[in-house]
Write a protein that binds this ligand. Structure first.
Ligand SMILES: [Zn+2]
Length: 253
């Protein structure tokens, strides 16, 4: 199925193709995925997911990382759910009860509105050095990512994505890495703001424990927030929970 690039978190700004092609996985596709996806290896898993999308549409290489993160989520969502809804279960931090919620793509998944201005990048000061930022595409991210895949000096994916926001990595890799990893004070705030602008485009989902919020006013309710990103992890493990077989599917003799 073709997804209009205007519907992606970036709004499709700067793309010279109108849509990307993403399809749900079949049963054999899921089994193959489960067998081959690297286990306990965040970086390897991310590369595997990107390669899976690329095999369906080579233009994925030209998509921004912020869009690809969404597309990884979307592919898994259309695989497990026909109506684009997904049931999640979260433990209430107050009482420990499990709270269930059906997350609907239409009602619960919201992107922050992207400002076209930020897509042109910015000039920043970090660790006393001047840098330029970019919104990395998969191709640009790949140049940074491949170094960390080989040497594993940094294994935090979000950190690598943050480093990839700095264009000067191409020419001053060590300095950029030092300035990001060793950031202090104001520089930390700056890096968090950059992450927020370029990667955290999906708004978290809030769940309310019915027990702990019993009898409370809407304004008094205390919610538990779940980031949509965290739902991508181990998506298929919950497949059985989310797609229970109803009586009409198997008729015992
Ligand atoms: Zn509770």
């Amino acid at each position: 199925m073709n997804i209009d690039v205007k519907l992606l978190p970036s709004g499709g700004i700067g793309y010279n193709f109108p849509s990307v092609n993403i399809n749900p996985m079949t049963f054999s596709g899921i089994c193959d995925y489960m067998a081959r996806v690297p286990k306990d290896d965040n970086l390897g898993k991310y590369l595997f997911d990107i390669d899976m999308l690329k095999s369906e549409d080579p233009n994925i290489l030209n998509c921004y990382i912020m869009d690809v993160d969404f597309l990884i989520f979307y592919k898994k969502l259309i695989t497990v759910s026909e109506d684009l809804s997904y049931q999640i279960e979260v433990k209430c931090p107050e009482c420990g009860r499990k709270i269930k919620k059906t997350v609907s793509f239409e009602h619960d998944i919201h992107f922050k509105q992207i400002d076209p201005k930020i897509m042109n990048g910015a000039k920043i000061e970090l660790g006393g050095h001047s840098y330029e930022t970019i919104v990395p595409t998969v191709r640009e991210f790949g140049r940074v990512f491949s170094k960390y895949l080989t040497y594993r000096k940094v294994t935090d994916l979000k950190m690598i994505k943050t480093i990839a926001l700095i264009k000067d990595f191409e020419t001053r890799a060590n300095q950029v890495e030092e300035d990001v990893l060793g950031a202090t004070h104001n520089d930390i705030t700056l890096l968090l703001a950059l992450r927020d602008l370029y990667y955290d485009q999906l708004e978290p989902i809030t769940l309310y424990c019915p027990e702990c919020n019993k009898g409370l006013d809407k304004s008094e309710r205390r919610g538990v927030t779940v980031s949509v990103e965290s739902l991508i992890v181990d998506f298929f493990r919950d497949l059985y929970v989310n797609c229970p077989i109803d009586g009409s599917k198997i008729l015992f003799k």
